[in-house]
Design a protein around this ligand. Structure first.
Ligand SMILES: Cc1cc2nc3c(=O)[nH]c(=O)nc-3n(C[C@H](O)[C@H](O)[C@H](O)COP(=O)(O)O)c2cc1C
Length: 359
């Protein structure tokens, strides 16, 4: 085990895990803001650059397949930092038009024996204007993007899910505010923590929402920036197929599989992430890849802790990967370790590029 993993897992993590998870998350984010001067040192240690890992997707350069999943940096507090930990892309949000506090605390829980988290945050965020301003300031500071920026869009908690005109307006408002700063957008209709949000995965509302957003994107730019749909692992196989059909008919550019599951068992209620989510999220990737014939990018997300987990998702049809929970459990070297493991397995299997694992 490398010294940095040892330090995190034997020293830092046991201390962190004595405190409330959300308080600790905020504390770590605060410390990282002060750590800007040492970013080059972190970058030189944590980053693995190898042409066998790089891909051009939607005309964007992804230096490796691994990104930071939605929800970690909801408010774009550290947009110029994530590449220092090796991430090739990160997803801001989920963003709503207006700031909102989210659900009452406590709302984030650790389950170390399962290497899992349960959250019921409820789209707490600073609203699209503040987040757009931060992304703009960060781009000016660093003089250009260092990692691809994804922006996750959601609806305001008090917007009724069955008032489609208002729902669409919510997504469009954030899309327009964040447009200059996004490499790609994600439609989040799969969080279990906003009442009835997941009803928007049904064919009728999904068609209207996606068509409206694709139309808006086409009116803003040519070629339009890509729009992805993030799906829930709790949809049955037929419901996944139906959502994919609708999304394809609307001209969707990619999928994220998956969000958290509401099947939390005897744990707190909310959305379960981490190890227990791995098999179902991989199954959903496989379903989407079969239905799209591998023609559209899929971002695989859910329980990726090891290089083998990553490769399982690539073999199921993922083009890119995202993680959240393993960053908490494995620590700052998680991307480095994953990429080194992936390169090692690539050598052993005589593969020349990370895309060669795709079916
Ligand atoms: C505390 C927390 C907050 C999250 N917030 C969001 C969010 O705002 N939007 C979103 O699309 N996904 C959110 N997610 C889900 C993650 O993006 C990801 O889909 C899920 O955690 C599965 O990946 P993992 O097993 O690597 O954590 C959140 C996850 C956690 C743990």
């Amino acid at each position: 085990m490398a010294i940095i993993d040892l330090l995190y897992q034997k020293l830092a993590r046991p201390i962190f895990f004595r405190f409330d998870p959300e308080t600790m998350h905020e504390w770590v984010m605060g410390c990282l803001r002060w750590a800007r001067p040492v970013k080059p040192v972190l970058r030189s240690y944590f980053r693995i650059d190898d042409p066998r890992l790089a891909q051009e997707i939607w005309g964007l350069h992804f230096a490796n397949p691994i990104g930071l999943a939605g929800g970690f940096d909801k408010n774009a507090l550290l947009p110029d930092f994530w590449d220092a930990f090796g991430f090739a892309f990160f997803e801001i949000g989920t963003v709503t038009p207006l700031p909102q506090p989210g659900n009452p605390k406590p709302r984030l829980f650790r389950y170390p024996a399962d290497q899992a988290l349960v959250n019921r945050m409820g789209f707490n965020n600073d609203g699209c204007e503040a987040i757009a301003r931060r992304l703009g300031e960060s781009a000016a500071r660093r003089g250009g993007p260092t990692a691809v920026v994804g922006v996750s869009l959601g609806k305001q908690k008090d917007t009724p899910a069955d008032d489609l005109a208002r729902v669409i307006r919510d997504y469009q408002t954030s899309l327009e505010a964040l447009y200059p700063h996004a490499g790609f957008f994600v439609v989040n209709v799969s969080s279990p923590n906003t009442p009835n949000l997941r009803d928007l995965q049904e064919a009728g509302p999904l068609r209207q929402l996606l068509s409206a957003l694709k139309e808006r994107l086409a009116s803003l730019d040519s070629p339009a920036k890509p729009l992805c749909l993030k799906l829930s692992p709790d949809l049955g196989d037929d419901a996944v197929r139906q959502a994919v059909d609708v999304a394809l008919a609307c001209g969707i550019d990619g999928f994220i599989a998956t969000n958290t599951t509401n099947q939390t068992g005897s744990r707190e209620s909310g959305g379960l992430s981490g190890k227990p989510l791995r098999p179902r999220s991989t199954e959903v990737i496989r379903l989407i890849a079969r239905q799209t014939g591998g023609a559209l990018p899929i971002i695989g997300c859910g329980g990726i802790f090891t290089a083998e987990d990553a490769i399982e998702k690539l073999q199921a049809g993922a083009w890119l990967l995202q993680l959240y929970t393993s960053f908490v459990y494995e620590g700052p070297a998680v991307v480095r370790n994953l990429l080194r493991g992936i390169l090692e397995l690539m050598d052993r299997q005589n593969l020349s590029h990370v895309r060669d694992w795709r079916p």
